[in-house]
Design a protein around this ligand. Structure first.
Ligand code: ADP
Ligand code: MG
Length: 454
C-alpha cells in the first residue's frame, strides 16, 4: 500500500523491481484498489487510515463495493500509453460560440488510454471506470451499433466519433484494443468528454501517422462531438486538452483560432470545487442562450453592419445600441460583450503579474453569469461566496456552462489547504452537500506518455 502522484507508473516500477523491497521480493503485484485525493497530505493521511484497517475491512473495500472497485490497469503492458488532461476555464464563459476570447488551462486530472493496434477492423474498448466494454466494427460506425447489433453505450460514442470523422476525412485508421481510466470527474464541467476524444485522436494520430498539429486535432474532436455524439459544443474544451502548457493559462481567440500561453504566478493554486449538482437543464438552457446571442447579433447588425458576432461589439457600441434588444437579449448580449472585455483586461493583469486584479475580474464574471446570463445555481453562488471570503483567495467564479458543475478559485498556495478545508466545511453546513475539491496545477496538453520501444 502506498501513495503516489502517478499510480500507473508506480505500479509498473513495483513490477519491474524498482519500487520497494517488499514488492521486489513479491512481484508481480496487481493494482486492485485506488482512491484519488485532493493533495499529497490528504493522501498520506488516508494511507495511514487504510493501513490500520483489519483484513476483513480491506477485503470489503477492495471487493465489496463494485462502485469503487476498478479492474487492474497497467498501461505499460500495452504498446501505447496516451494521457489527455481535463480543463478548467479561468475566465471567458459562454463567449466561445460568440467569437470571444477564453482563458482555460489544462489541469492535472487526466484521461489515461492504453492500446495495442489490431490487425482487423475492430475497436475493442474497455471503460475501466464504468467496468464496461464494447466491440465496434469500423465498417458500422454510421449505424452507431456494436458488433452484435446493439446500440453503442453513450461513452463509446466519443472514441467511435473520432474514428467516424477520421473515415470521413479519409484518414487511415487501425483497429485497436484499448483500455482507459480517468480521474476527471464525469459530467461536472471539467471536460472529461473532451479528454477522451483528444486522447483517442492522439492515439490514432500516433498509430496511423495522421499529419495534424494539436489545434487541428482539437478541431477534429470538436467535429466528432458535434456531428457524431450530437453535442453542440464550442472548441475550447478540446483546444485546452490538446494544447495545455505547464504553469500557464491559454489565451484562445475563438474567432481566428490564434492562441498563446500566458504564465500564471507559480505561487497561486487553482482550486476547483465540484458542487455535485449535475447539469440537468444544461441542454435546453445552453441552446436558449445561444439563440438569444444570435438574435442579438442579427438585431444589432442593423446599426452596426460590420459585426459578425458579439465579440465584434465594443462596450461603447453596445451601450449606444442596446435599446434595440428585448430584455432577455439585452442581458445575454451584455454578459458576452463585457465578458470578452474582461478577458482582455485579465491578459493585461497577467502581463503585469497583477493577480489581485485578475481575481476581481473573476468575481465580476461570476456576478454577470448569475445576474445577466442566469446560468448559476444557489449552490454555485454559495461556493463562490464562501471562497471569496476566505484568506488567500483572489477570486472565485462558476466555471463551465453553469446549471451545476464546478467553481474555480485562485488561491495563494500557502493558504490552499486551509482554503479547501474551510470551503468544504462551509458548503456542507450551508447545503448539506459534500463537495469534492481539487487543488490543481496547469499542465501539459495531450501527449504520448509512453510507447513501447520497438
Ligand atoms: P464533462 O463536463 O465531464 O465533459 P459531458 O457530459 O460532456 O461532461 O461528458 C461526460 C461523458 O463522457 C460521460 O457521460 C461518458 O459518456 C463520457 N466519459 C467521460 N469520462 C469517462 C470515463 N472515465 N469512462 C467512460 N466514459 C467517460
Ligand atoms: Mg464535455
Amino acid at each position: 500500500m502506498g501513495w503516489t502522484m502517478d499510480i500507473f507508473r508506480r505500479t509498473s516500477q513495483h513490477n519491474r523491481g524498482t519500487g520497494a523491497r517488499y514488492t521486489k521480493m513479491n512481484s508481480p503485484v496487481e493494482l486492485v484498489y485506488w482512491e484519488t485525493q485532493s493533495d499529497k497530505k490528504t493522501a498520506q493521511k488516508r494511507e495511514l487510515v487504510l493501513k490500520k484497517l483489519g483484513h476483513n475491512k480491506k477485503h470489503q473495500l477492495i471487493y465489496g463495493n463494485p462502485k469503487i472497485m476498478k479492474p487492474a490497469f497497467d498501461p505499460f503492458q500495452y504498446e501505447y500509453y496516451i494521457v489527455a488532461p481535463g480543463r478548467v476555464n479561468l475566465l471567458g464563459e459562454h463567449v466561445d460560440y460568440n467569437g470571444g476570447p477564453v482563458l482555460p488551462a489544462a489541469i492535472d486530472r487526466q484521461m489515461n488510454i492504453s492500446a495495442n493496434p489490431r490487425k482487423d477492423n475492430i475497436l475493442h474498448l474497455k471503460a475501466l471506470d464504468l467496468t464496461e466494454e464494447t466491440w465496434i466494427s469500423l465498417d458500422q460506425l454510421d449505424e452507431k451499433i456494436d458488433v452484435n447489433g446493439n446500440p453503442l453505450p453513450d461513452w463509446a460514442l466519443y472514441p467511435a466519433g473520432i474514428a467516424w470523422i477520421a473515415q470521413k476525412r479519409s484518414y487511415p485508421i487501425s483497429g485497436v484494443d484499448a483500455i482507459f481510466t480517468s480521474n476527471i470527474p464525469i459530467g461536472s464541467g471539467l471536460s472529461s468528454s473532451a479528454a477522451m476524444e483528444v486522447g483517442f485522436a492522439a492515439l490514432w494520430r500516433e498509430l496511423d501517422g495522421w499529419k495534424l498539429d494539436n489545434l487541428e486535432l482539437a478541431i477534429l474532436c470538436q467535429q466528432a462531438e458535434n456531428q457524431y455524439v450530437g453535442v453542440n459544443c464550442g472548441l475550447m474544451d478540446q483546444f485546452a486538452s490538446a494544447n495545455g502548457v505547464v504553469g500557464s493559462a491559454l489565451y484562445f481567440n475563438t474567432n481566428n483560432l490564434d492562441w498563446k500561453a500566458v504564465n500564471l504566478p507559480p505561487s497561486v493554486s487553482i482550486v476547483i470545487a465540484d458542487s455535485k449538482k449535475r447539469r440537468s437543464l444544461s441542454t435546453s438552457g445552453y441552446n436558449d442562450r445561444r439563440t438569444s446571442c444570435e438574435e442579438a447579433v442579427a438585431i444589432l447588425k442593423q446599426n452596426l453592419p460590420s459585426i459578425n458576432n458579439l465579440r465584434d461589439v465594443t462596450i461603447h457600441d453596445f451601450s449606444q445600441n442596446s435599446y434595440m434588444l428585448n430584455p432577455i437579449q439585452f442581458k445575454r448580449a451584455r454578459h458576452v460583450v463585457e465578458e470578452c472585455h474582461r478577458v482582455d483586461q485579465a491578459m493585461e493583469s497577467l502581463s503585469k503579474n497583477d493577480i489581485i486584479q485578475f481575481g476581481e475580474l473573476m468575481k465580476q464574471g461570476h456576478q454577470s453569469l448569475k445576474d445577466l446570463y442566469e446560468v448559476s445555481l444557489p449552490e454555485l453562488d454559495t461556493l463562490v461566496n464562501i471562497a471569496n471570503a476566505l484568506p488567500g483567495c483572489f477570486g472565485a467564479r462558476l466555471t463551465g456552462a453553469g446549471f451545476g458543475g464546478c467553481t474555480v478559485s485562485l488561491v495563494e498556495e500557502k493558504h490552499a489547504k486551509n482554503f479547501v478545508e474551510q470551503l468544504k466545511d462551509g458548503y456542507k453546513k450551508a447545503t448539506g452537500i459534500e463537495a469534492d475539491i481539487y487543488i490543481c496545477k496547469a499542465t501539459q496538453g495531450v501527449h504520448v506518455e509512453w510507447r513501447k520501444p520497438s
